[in-house]
Design a protein around this ligand. Structure first.
Ligand code: 5GP
Ligand code: ZN
Length: 138
């Protein structure tokens, strides 16, 4: 896709610091470096995000994730890693070519702070919602 910044990185029009490449995916350092080694893993075929992926594309991308993650961890000496994927603007997606963030973690205060709301679960509502979602899985 001509006006897609990540397609331009794949074609080499825009330079990037590549860490892994094969016929299906590319992994390169995120320009922002939220923490040292922050890497993006992307499919070479343009797709907007995970919500638009076929099973085959998902297999191609996600099957590469563990080995790239292990390499990033080894090279940076990270103790752990947040693996994050934003889909659509409301979820923080700013580049509309699917990508997975690999953010190495060194301690609790090194960059990102993910908070999950904690409140009493309403198991009846959870049950209903799970049923609604289950019906939509095709
Ligand atoms: P999103 O917010 O869509 O989940 O993440 C997009 C990511 O792409 C951001 O973390 C941003 O730093 C990164 N990014 C944007 N433009 C470029 C670029 O030209 N090169 C690289 N390496 N990363 C980029
Ligand atoms: Zn693209």
């Amino acid at each position: 896709m001509a006006n897609c910044i990540f397609c331009q990185i794949i074609s080499g029009t825009i330079p990037s610091s590549k860490v892994y490449e094969d016929e299906k995916v590319l992994a390169f350092l995120d320009i922002t470096q939220t923490t040292n080694g922050h890497t993006l893993l992307i499919p070479k075929e343009h797709v907007k995000n995970v919500l638009d992926m076929t099973e085959t594309m998902a297999q191609e991308v996600f099957s590469r994730l563990p080995k790239v993650a292990r390499a990033v961890q080894k090279a940076t000496g990270a103790k752990g890693m947040n693996i994050i994927n934003n889909n659509e603007e409301v979820a923080g997606q700013t580049v509309f070519h699917a990508h997975i963030h690999l953010v190495p973690r060194f301690d609790e205060k090194d960059g990102i702070d993910i908070k999950y709301t904690t409140h009493e679960p309403d198991f009846q509502s959870l049950g209903k919602l799970a049923e609604q979602i289950a019906k939509e899985v095709v």
